[in-house]
Ligand binder design. Structure first.
Ligand SMILES: *Cc1c(COP(=O)(O)O)cnc(C)c1O
Length: 400
């Protein structure tokens, strides 16, 4: 599942090259840094890997979402379509830019349902954030279709699908912008970190300036003399993260290949179990295989099967009961418990209508997530581990 399984001499070598200069910041210190620009190099290699025009390294996937929404000029008065099933950060980012997130259902891919996305559009909808959850893509072709017909911007949250693709094109490159997370749980990791990608020079420059207090990064003048046209903040990636990212990126295809092999082995074991159906993958070739998701006919069966697997030493997640990845469980969001006492932006007078967040508006998520179990796939799976999984599945099959 995560790149931390392969933290090794390659990462150490990259990090040491930074330590030898002592320059931890990506900007400035041109004489002292002896030609070492790890973040810049990571961005170049990442953009090339994805087939994107531009990449910007930032502090996290969460800040990448905020930066991209800001670059797209999504703000107060705008509505953004967000799936019910995603990590909370996708929703928080919309609030961070002062916009209103709108609840969208998922389909059998466990990602945004293009049909429901179309139903949830209002005159105020400016953008949609399809999320490629658990290593596999949304029906991104259909999402783009709907977006084009309604003139919506698309930001792909690909925090969990780094290296994945659809029809041979990398996830994150379909929308106007795409973001990635390199936090410690993600497929490749820099401890904390994120990336924004786009093919638009304008959106890249807006992101670049916003993420560093407006600095235009004019190479012809010193940092102190750089120009600025918009206000920003600080979401700069540092050189140690850039170094780690370079080493991890070079391992990404190997990680995905290993995960695919391991996932296929476990899938083969589960396919013999009566009632088990697998998650719908829009393009199985493009699956990063960080997770295996399967469902049972009803919640009762799923719960029994999950308990039996757990007793056999194999953990799975039922996301309907997960505290951080399913909107109906976010009591602090539903009660508008913002850190500011004014409940902004829920109370923003520029909001044009009251939007509701109710289970009845996401019937497919309610159904699917209640009877779907998700298993993390490791990069390293020794023979003994596979044997444990085999035994656990055989025993669990008896309780159905
Ligand atoms: C992890 C994650 C994020 C946020 O990334 P961080 O780097 O942890 O801030 C955003 N969206 C999704 C779907 C994620 O899984």
């Amino acid at each position: 599942m995560p790149g931390f399984e392969l933290m090794g001499p390659e990462e150490l070598k990259e990090v040491m090259e930074v330590m030898e200069t002592g320059i931890l910041m990506r900007y400035g210190f041109d004489n002292e840094r002896k030609g070492v620009f790890k973040v810049r190099q990571f961005e170049e290699e990442f953009a090339r890997y994805c087939g994107a025009g531009y990449a910007l390294g930032v502090t996290s996937g969460s800040s990448a979402l905020k930066i991209a929404l800001t670059a797209l000029d999504v703000g107060p008065g705008d509505e953004v379509l967000v799936p019910a099933f995603t990590f909370l950060a996708t929703w928080e980012a919309v609030l961070e830019v002062g916009a209103v997130p709108v609840l969208t259902d998922i389909d059998e891919t466990l990602n945004m349902d293009p049909a429901d996305m179309e139903r949830k559009i209002s005159p105020y909808t400016k953008a949609a954030i399809p999320v490629h959850m658990c290593g596999s893509g949304a029906r991104i072709d259909k999402v783009l279709d709907v977006a084009r017909r309604h003139n919506l911007l698309v930001l792909e949250d690909n925090a969990q699908g780094c290296g994945g693709s659809f029809s041979g094109k990398k996830l994150g490159t379909f929308g106007d912008m795409g973001i990635f997370s390199f936090d410690y749980y993600k497929t490749m990791t820099t401890g904390e970190g994120g990336m924004v990608i786009t093919n638009s020079e304008t959106l890249y420059h807006r992101s670049d300036e916003y993420h560093d207090h407006g600095h235009d990064h004019n190479p012809k003048v010193s940092r102190a003399m750089e120009g600025r046209s918009i206000l920003g903040f600080n979401y700069r990636m540092n050189e140690l993260q850039g170094a780690l990212g370079l080493a991890q990126l070079r391992k990404l295809d190997t990680m995905i290949a290993e995960q695919r092999k391991n996932k296929a082995a476990i899938k083969a074991l589960l396919s013999g179990v009566k009632g088990v159906k697998f998650r719908d993958l829009p393009d199985p070739q493009g699956d990063t295989a960080t997770f295996l998701a399967f469902n049972l006919p009803d919640e009762g069966a799923a719960e029994k099967f999950q308990q039996a697997l757990g007793a056999g030493g194999v953990d799975t997640v039922c996301y309907k009961r997960n505290a951080w990845h399913y909107l109906p469980n976010w009591e602090h969001f539903l009660s508008q418990s913002t850190a500011n006492s004014k409940k902004f932006p829920f109370t923003n007078p520029m909001n044009r209508r009251t939007v509701r967040y109710e289970r009845q508006d996401i019937p497919q998520a309610e159904d699917l997530l209640g009877r779907t179990l998700v298993m993390g796939i490791n990069i390293r799976m020794p023979e003994e581990r596979l044997a444990t999984i085999r035994q656990a599945i055989e025993k669990a099959a008896d309780v159905l």
